[in-house]
Design a protein around this ligand. Structure first.
Ligand SMILES: Cc1cc2nc3c(=O)[nH]c(=O)nc-3n(C[C@H](O)[C@H](O)[C@H](O)COP(=O)(O)O)c2cc1C
Length: 362
């Protein structure tokens, strides 16, 4: 069994999978469930100086993803300080407390929350071009507390620029990404938006945003020296492994924990362990930042025809259907597929279309 322990900014986690700020970690009861479900740390739902007034409906499972128009916690900070944080702290896992959103709100909350937390996570949900609000929020928190301060960023900003600004302002780590949007989906029976927000818009999370999150983590990890925590569309150990390869130190999960319950942390850890074992890795350090070491930073224009691994081919025909170059067909006895190298453009789609590992680029 590979070692899944991680350590960053003085935080020691038995495993690197934690909840992301949101409903799966909305109070003490949810934290108990997250611990039981195998989380390596507790990240608490973002609180602000007042309780949020949240429109309804505010959550929807959509194909390939999830929409929400939740805000921060609907519980007051006073309630969190009296009823939730003290009990969460006693669970014995490292606690990263989410607070937001403006520099003044963060300044007001940081000190009060500090005694219950091992680190703070500043949620800003900032979408503009100017790094000033982020820098000011980080500085406000750093002036108030002695524990590490992480800042959570949205995907629709210049990641490298904001990551560098956050590091310069004193952030101890960066959490990437918050949900993406605004987005819209409609109930076709009523023509009404699924979300109950003023304009019906919501924020996209889950499976669909994984490539966006992975790129953001990769870009940030290669722009700054502070730790990056990856979040966005993680629903398997394989996806968690990819986050480490992109440069993450740990990962967070929100949508998958909402949709499939708190046992997902355990499942992701198990799959991550299996991936490491099967590929001969002993620990997460060995895959951390691996992609930056193998990426060529130079586009490839050479056509490489995929190799068919005949024994793996189930002749399902998916690759044939989606080959826009008509380069794939069944062999004479219909036992496997063949690729015509004269027609194949080396686009690579068939490799990702095959569910059985029957095609690969060597
Ligand atoms: C219903 C819901 C509520 C959320 N609430 C918060 C929040 O309070 N603070 C925050 O920083 N992010 C919040 N998020 C964003 C998540 O923490 C996470 O960054 C995002 O959903 C991407 O991860 P995922 O694909 O695993 O859900 C929320 C997401 C969802 C779906």
């Amino acid at each position: 069994m590979a070692n899944l322990e991680v350590e960053f900014t003085g935080l020691k986690l038995k495993n690197p999978v934690m909840p992301a700020a949101g409903p799966p970690i909305k109070d003490y009861k949810a934290a108990v469930a997250a611990k039981k479900g195998g989380a390596g740390a507790i990240v608490t739902k973002t609180i602000s100086t007042t309780a949020a007034k949240v429109p309804r409906p505010n959550m929807a499972k959509v194909k390939g993803g999830f929409l929400n128009t939740e805000l921060w916690s609907e519980l007051t900070p006073e309630h969190w300080l009296k009823e939730e944080y003290p009990k969460i702290k006693k669970l014995g896992l490292p606690v990263i407390a989410g607070i937001g959103y403006t520099k003044d709100q963060i300044r007001e909350l940081a000190k009060k929350v500090e005694k219950y937390a091992d680190a703070l996570e500043l949620s800003t949900h900032y979408l503009g071009d100017d790094t000033t609000p982020i820098k000011e929020s980080i500085k406000a928190a750093k002036e108030e507390v002695d524990i590490p301060v992480f800042v959570k960023l949205s995907p629709q900003i210049d990641i490298a620029e904001f990551a560098k600004a956050a590091e310069k302002a004193g952030a101890d780590g960066i959490v990437l990404i918050n949900s993406f949007g605004p987005t819209l989906d409609i109930d076709p029976k009523t023509a009404k938006p699924l979300m109950g927000s003023e304009n019906g818009y919501g924020w996209l999370s889950g499976e669909a945003i994984f490539p966006l999150a992975l790129r953001a983590v990769y870009q940030a990890a290669n722009s700054v020296d502070i730790p990056i925590i990856g979040v966005g569309g993680i629903n398997s150990g394989l996806r968690a492994a990819k986050m480490f390869m992109a440069g993450a130190e740990a990962v967070q999960v929100c949508t998958e924990a909402i949709v499939n319950g708190p046992s997902v942390y355990q499942k992701i850890n198990k799959e991550l362990n299996e991936f490491l074992d099967q590929n001969g890795y002993d620990n997460l350090d060995q895959i951390k930042g691996l992609t930056a070491r193998v990426v060529k930073n130079k586009a490839n224009y050479e056509t490489v025809v995929p190799t068919v691994i005949e024994k793996n081919c189930t002749t399902c025909g998916l690759c044939i259907t989606s080959c826009v170059y008509h380069a794939i067909s069944f062999n004479d006895t219909k036992d496997y597929v063949e690729i015509d190298p004269k027609k194949c453009a080396g686009c690579g789609l068939c490799i990702t279309r095959c569910n059985f590992g029957a095609l690969e680029i060597r």
